[in-house]
Design a protein around this ligand. Structure first.
Ligand SMILES: C[S@@+](CC[C@H](N)C(=O)[O-])C[C@H]1O[C@@H](n2cnc3c(N)ncnc32)[C@H](O)[C@@H]1O
Length: 229
């Protein structure tokens, strides 16, 4: 019982930390495009890193979890029949609404639930640069709901952290990354009745750019996990 309480507390702390950071408009000076600068811009991030890895799944009714100010949303829109987004931050959803208007359906979440999304309605659930900050207990609850909203033939493609031995508070780690490994993500997926189709470990968006600081070198890559029912 004690470990469950600790887990709930750390889950809620992680959600609160994410909310404080990302709901603050001061932290969105360039709408997130500044995080693409090391690749020469968001178009390069899409063309060189994301699109080649997801193109065969990129179609139909898509849900993007945690779009922020819509850095990647713009590209998903081009390939979707319908696009729905969900974010913890109402200010992020407001920013997306200002950009995309009636082309998208908008949702605000409590940071751990997708209950507002119709069951068995999505061909693709996608998230970039956001699960990297989420505590494993948050990811666990999202995988539980992703299992319910995917169509039987659907896929979830989630970019998450691969950091071992970091601080419990993700924002004390390099790039705000949470503790997560491909093996633990696979464990969480299977616990929630999802199968792993593929996992690819990438270093800083597919490119070795920075070191991760003393004691963390070589351990903080990210993983792109592809799941299906
Ligand atoms: C670093 S931004 C990335 C935004 C966007 N995906 C991009 O690549 O530009 C992280 C986003 O994750 C959202 N987020 C963090 N924790 C969340 C949670 N538990 N549930 C839903 N959204 C969350 C934040 O509100 C923010 O929009």
């Amino acid at each position: 019982m004690e470990s469950l309480n600790i887990d709930i507390e750390s889950r809620d702390n992680n959600i609160n930390e994410n909310y404080s950071l990302w709901n603050n408009d001061d932290n969105w000076s360039e709408d997130g495009h500044e995080w693409s600068n090391f690749l020469g811009g968001t178009l390069n991030l899409w063309n060189d890193v994301i699109f080649p890895r997801i193109k065969k799944y990129l179609q139909g009714d898509i849900l993007e979890i945690a779009p922020g100010h819509g850095r990647i949303t713009k590209y998903l829109l081009d390939f979707s029949t319908s696009l729905e987004i969900v974010d913890l931050s109402e200010n992020c959803i407001r920013a997306c609404r200002e950009k995309f208007g009636g082309k998208i359906k908008y949702n605000v979440t409590d940071g751990k639930s997708l209950q507002m999304i119709k069951s068995r309605s999505k061909d693709l659930v996608f998230s970039w640069d956001s699960f990297i900050h989420m505590h494993s207990s948050v990811i666990d609850t999202y995988l539980n709901d992703i299992c319910k909203i995917l169509k039987p033939s659907g896929y979830a493609i989630l970019h998450h952290s691969y950091l071992q031995g970091g601080e419990e508070k993700s924002f004390d780690n390099i790039g705000g990354r949470s503790n997560m490994t491909p093996e633990h993500f696979k464990f969480l997926a299977e616990k929630n009745d999802l199968n792993i189709v593929d996992q690819e470990n990438i270093v800083n968006g597919g490119h070795v750019i920075h070191s991760y600081g003393e004691g963390q070198e070589g351990t903080s890559v990210d993983t792109i996990s592809i799941c299906k029912l």
